[in-house]
Design a binder for this molecule. Structure first.
Ligand code: GN1
Ligand code: MG
Length: 345
């Protein structure tokens, strides 16, 4: 896929002076690095997933203004505006594009390789929420409705079961059973949310490890990226998605289940890093639900991948048949390890 000329024009970038290269392992958007005199990250937003991209822009504007005023030292990667002062430019097919500064000497990783890395990344995600304490949450809207609402995802799974093609049902039979066996997590989620134990805050909502930018030399986390889902949520979503993506030495694409482990030192480091900032913010009774967060987020992702497989791979980007089933199987295996680990604690 090529970047439309009008996008470069809108930002005043001379296409011929730059090297444009597709990057990233994201499942939703198309991301490019534009390397010229200055370098940028250019991204085409998936309009099918983010049906109202203007909400992304307005949430980021709110956050950016608040942080600028209250935490000016905090690195927050806002978008670069077009020559006309817009946060996004729409191409002829109605897809919005946006531009970010490329920060030199930084890297992203798809798997955590040390406890220091886990601590540092988790602390960085926590800082984002902590620094946004005091911002008016009512000014932030959901960029995707009911994004981590487990009850809603369960309903979508039920709908997919009814509508799926028989071949897909057959292929996924074992994983469907696994998914049903963990439905107690849905009940627990309902309970927890209806008792209003968890406080809504501004969360990142997509805290997988590759959404942290690390300083290449020191290995320290610099800032959180991929802020499309910066919106109201519960802290268990963020700490949970970190548990899901940090503790296993391999990511969700791994087919060989024997490579998946629950790495206790990494788990401890990420919780320590997260709590080093969030302890000041969380209520005592919220803190008891960290392990539930890990299980719930692993479950919701496993279920969404399975649902997408049953629906015919319409949501996540896939490159081969059965990829969503591979991801889902991987995540259910991890979930089972997590359950075992937490129950023995
Ligand atoms: C999607 O695009 P990416 O990879 O950052 C998804 C997340 C999932 C993740 C699973 C908007 O994020 O919720 O955790 O895939 N984002 C959206 O890898 O659905
Ligand atoms: Mg994302």
């Amino acid at each position: 896929m090529a970047v439309p000329e009008k996008v470069f024009e809108a930002y005043g970038i001379k296409r011929d002076d730059c090297k444009v290269q597709r990057i990233g392992a994201g499942h939703i958007h198309q991301t490019f690095r534009v390397a010229g005199k200055k370098s940028f990250i250019l991204q085409r937003v998936n309009k099918h997933v983010f049906k109202n991209p203007e909400i992304i822009a307005s949430n980021l504007r709110e956050a950016s203004n608040f942080l600028h005023e209250h935490h000016p030292e905090f690195l927050f990667l806002a978008t670069i505006r077009t020559k006309e002062g817009k946060e996004m430019i729409y191409d002829d097919d109605g897809f919005p594009w946006r531009l970010f500064p490329y920060i030199e000497n930084t890297i992203t990783v798809d798997e955590v390789t040390s406890s220091d890395e886990a601590f540092s990344a988790a602390r960085e995600f926590a800082r984002l929420t902590r620094n946004l304490e005091g911002a008016d949450i009512n000014k932030f809207k959901a960029t995707i409705d009911r994004f981590h609402d487990l009850t809603w995802r369960w309903e979508q799974f039920q709908d997919a079961l009814k509508a799926a093609k028989p071949e897909r049902m057959k292929e996924a039979a074992g994983i469907i059973t696994a998914c049903k066996n963990f439905s107690w997590l849905v009940t627990k989620y309902d309970e927890l949310t209806s008792r209003r134990i968890l406080v809504p805050r501004i969360m990142h909502n997509d805290t997988k490890i590759n959404n942290i930018l690390f300083d290449a030399a020191s290995g320290k986390a610099l800032c959180a990226i991929d802020l499309d889902t910066l919106m109201p949520g519960y802290f268990i979503y963020d700490v949970g998605d970190m548990i899901r993506t940090f503790v296993s030495p391999v990511n969700e694409e791994e087919k060989d289940l024997f490579k998946i482990f629950f790495r206790e030192p990494i788990y401890n480091a990420l919780v320590d890093g997260y709590m080093s900032e969030m302890r000041a913010v969380l209520k005592e009774e919220e803190m008891e639900h960290i392990t539930f967060g890990g299980m719930m987020m692993t479950y919701i992702m496993a279920m969404r991948m399975l649902t997408d497989f049953l629906n015919g791979d319409v949501y996540y980007h896939t490159t081969y048949h059965g990829q969503n089933l591979v991801r889902s199987t991987n995540q259910f295996y991890l979930l089972a390890l997590m359950e075992k680990y937490f129950s023995e604690k």
